[in-house]
Design a protein around this ligand. Structure first.
Ligand code: SF4
Ligand code: SF4
Length: 155
């Protein structure tokens, strides 16, 4: 019993051996260790690894095919005003994505790509870091009365 209490107290005051996430919270001594050692992020991943999706708002035509095939309902189409034309664009909620790649395959404009980036931790799944196309939405969305955010509806 005494041994257990000793262990608990010891653990309470022990130096942390893991990092805080996301990586912006990395401890200074951990960063130094990484720089001195052989591990240098970004860390290579195996071929075929499916990481963070990338979206090209310039080539996207707003056809909506990607959101139709997405099995996870992770892609939301929103009305947008681009070059004075009313059209549509998308956002991708990475917290819902299963990385099945259906959207990548179906997009006729190759506007969605899979990358090898895997550091995607955040405290809020609606933060810009976890919503691909977030900043474009801020810029181009036409706010329509009664429009909804499907992600938050079925949360
Ligand atoms: S990779 Fe799959 S789950 Fe993720 S957004 Fe594309 S279609 Fe949806
Ligand atoms: S399928 Fe491609 S072009 Fe069509 S809305 Fe999706 S990203 Fe845009």
């Amino acid at each position: 019993m005494l041994g257990m209490v000793y262990k608990v107290v010891e653990q309470l005051f022990a130096k942390k051996s893991t990092n805080y996430f996301p990586s912006k919270y990395i401890l200074e001594d951990t960063a130094t260790t990484l720089n001195k050692g052989a591990i240098h992020p970004p860390i290579a991943v195996k071929e075929g690894f499916r990481g963070r999706l990338e979206y090209n708002v310039e080539t996207c035509t707003g056809c909506g095919l990607c959101s139709k095939v997405c099995p996870a309902n992770a892609i939301e189409l929103y009305p947008a005003l681009i070059n004075d034309k009313k059209t549509k664009r998308i956002v991708i909620y990475l917290s819902r994505c299963t990385y099945c790649q259906e959207c990548v395959t179906i997009c006729p404009k190759n506007s969605i790509q899979i990358t090898s980036h895997f550091c995607m931790a955040d405290y809020n799944k609606y933060n810009a870091s976890l919503v691909v196309g977030f900043e474009h939405r801020q810029k181009f969305e036409i706010k329509e009365e009664g429009s909804t955010d499907v992600q938050k509806e079925g949360d």
